[in-house]
Design a protein around this ligand. Structure first.
Ligand code: NAD
Length: 473
């Protein structure tokens, strides 16, 4: 058990008050982090404000160098970082490794993004151009499911755009982010990146802080709404990446054996705690029996357990609150007599927030386990007859994050994708995000976008400068 400190104004600091962080695999304390409040936040914001004066004047090349330094620091220490990540988050080592290398790769790739000036008018009367100027001090708030990736996808575009940032990790998973803070302390100029930890109550203090100009948030839709409200006082810019209830649609021409395993992982990667996991899997009636059987058979080969142990495919749920919510949804399905292909029973003895792999056989569309975001190792398989019907069912959600279509006929897949009300649709894969493509939700899954130039623009204001050429002055 070690203590991890906050990064404020280029120094690793603590305030003498601590929060304990548990390993979800055994409920033992793995580390402590500072329990910060308004005073520490004010110091971090003041440091970010001071640093902004110089940082906003740096060239894209200078920023790129700093961000590449962050990528290198993560990559060089990947072994230590992925083990620490598993110990606080619960995901199996291989998936933790993917997150750490993914975060380093994202930083390296996004360091190359630049927002060039756009000429609006260039004639005898005027030269008008739009330049992008950094919004200022950013408040970043991140969840516990991909703590490192989410932190990096906020810190990096903020820096690339010329902003400075105060980032708050989730109180459940702050350790790896603070270890990265220590590693990059001398890579980033003092005050440009500040990372402070505290309970959920630190969140609204960030949202409402008068000297923060923009909030970039990833988390639940319920919290996203509170953030929008909190940020409205001084009209802060906001980017919200929120929940989802993504539908996968499997057409009758899909190869049952080939897609079964991929469909399984589209729902069970990171124990289902992925905003873009397939949370409803619609299978055409002609292949429903064969495919549901193949998925259930594959599920039997996957080990649920401690993510630090070799062979574990699905780790524990990250925290007790989420664990209890997932068990409640499973209990509701049992109480209603829905049919389980796997799971449904939980051994109440023992420590660790483990939930058996749970696959439901065609529960009704209004079942809680279908209509709500489960965010756990739960997969409802649903039977459909016609394309029109399945599109309507997939769109019947307040969420609109992502979705997938599985078919040999990719033109047909695209035709269906174009009718889905979501920010991203994959044909014959899932969860692939590119550093260069915008990612964001429709409806109540989000506001704005991350990734790509669209994501970068969200850290800037447009400024139009017009020179009158034929002026009499
Ligand atoms: P959460 O909303 O409970 O917490 C997220 C962060 O917000 C944490 O750091 C928390 O401390 C902070 N917070 C809590 N209350 C706050 C408030 N009132 N004001 C400001 N900040 C506050 O979410 P979670 O349980 O950590 O994460 C799970 C949710 O995140 C799921 O719904 C999932 O779908 C969503 N998610 C979305 C994406 C995406 O990119 N769209 C990615 C990952 C997770």
């Amino acid at each position: 058990m070690a203590d991890y400190r906050n990064l404020i104004d280029g120094e690793m600091v603590d305030n003498g008050e601590w929060l304990e962080v548990l390993n979800p695999a055994n409920e033992q304390v793995v580390g402590r982090v500072p329990a910060c409040g308004k005073d520490e936040l004010d110091r971090a914001v003041a440091a970010a404000r001071r640093a902004f004066k110089d940082w906003k004047k740096t060239s894209p090349e200078e920023r790129q160098k700093v961000v590449q330094g962050i990528a290198a620091a993560i990559k060089e220490n990947a072994d230590e970082l992925f083990r620490l990540l598993t110990s606080e988050q619960g995901k199996p080592h291989a998936q933790a490794q993917q997150e750490i290398y993914g975060a380093a790769g994202l930083a390296a790739a996004q360091s190359t993004l630049t927002l060039d000036d756009v000429v609006n008018q260039d004639d005898d009367t005027r030269l008008s151009r739009t330049r992008r100027v950094p919004v200022g001090v950013v408040g970043g708030i991140v969840p516990w499911n991909f703590p490192v990736m989410m932190a990096i996808q906020k810190i990096v575009p903020a820096l690339v755009a010329g902003c400075t940032i105060v980032l708050k990790p989730s109180p459940f998973t702050p350790l790896t982010t603070l270890r990265i803070a220590e590693l990059i302390k001398d890579v980033v100029p003092a005050g440009t990146v500040n990372i402070i930890t505290g309970e959920d109550s630190l969140g609204p203090m960030i949202t409402e802080h008068p000297d923060i100009d923009k909030i970039t948030f990833t988390g639940s839709t319920a919290t996203g709404k509170k953030i929008m409200e909190g940020a409205s006082g001084d009209l802060k810019r906001i980017t919200l990446e929120l929940g989802g209830n993504d539908a996968s649609i499997v057409l009758p021409d899909a190869d049952v054996e080939k897609v079964a395993e991929q469909l399984f992982w589209s729902s069970f990667s990171n124990a289902g705690q992925v905003c873009i996991a397939a949370k409803r899997v619609y299978i055409h009636k002609d292949i429903y029996d064969d495919l549901s059987k193949a998925i259930a058979e594959y599920a039997k080969t996957v080990v649920v357990g401690d993510g630090s142990q070799q062979g574990t495919g699905v780790g524990p749920i990250q925290n007790r609150k989420q664990y209890e919510r997932v068990l409640e949804l499973i209990q509701d399905a049992k109480d209603n007599g829905y049919k389980f292909l796997t799971g449904g029973d939980k051994d109440p003895s023992g420590t660790g927030y483990y939930v058996p792999i749970t696959i439901l056989d065609n529960p009704p569309e209004d079942a809680r386990i279908v209509a709500e975001e489960q965010f756990g190792p739960v997969m409802p398989l649903l039977k459909f007859d016609s394309i029109d019907e399945v599109i309507e069912r997939a769109n019947n959600s307040e969420y609109g994050l992502a979705g997938a279509v599985w078919t040999k006929d990719t033109d047909k897949g695209v035709e269906i994708a174009e009718q889905l009300e979501t920010g991203t649709v994959w044909i014959n894969e899932f969860m692939h995000l590119s550093p260069f493509s915008p990612f964001g939700g429709h409806k109540q899954s989000g506001f704005g976008a991350e990734y790509g130039l669209d994501g970068l623009k969200e850290f800037t204001y447009p400024q139009v400068i017009t020179v009158k050429r034929d002026a009499a002055v």
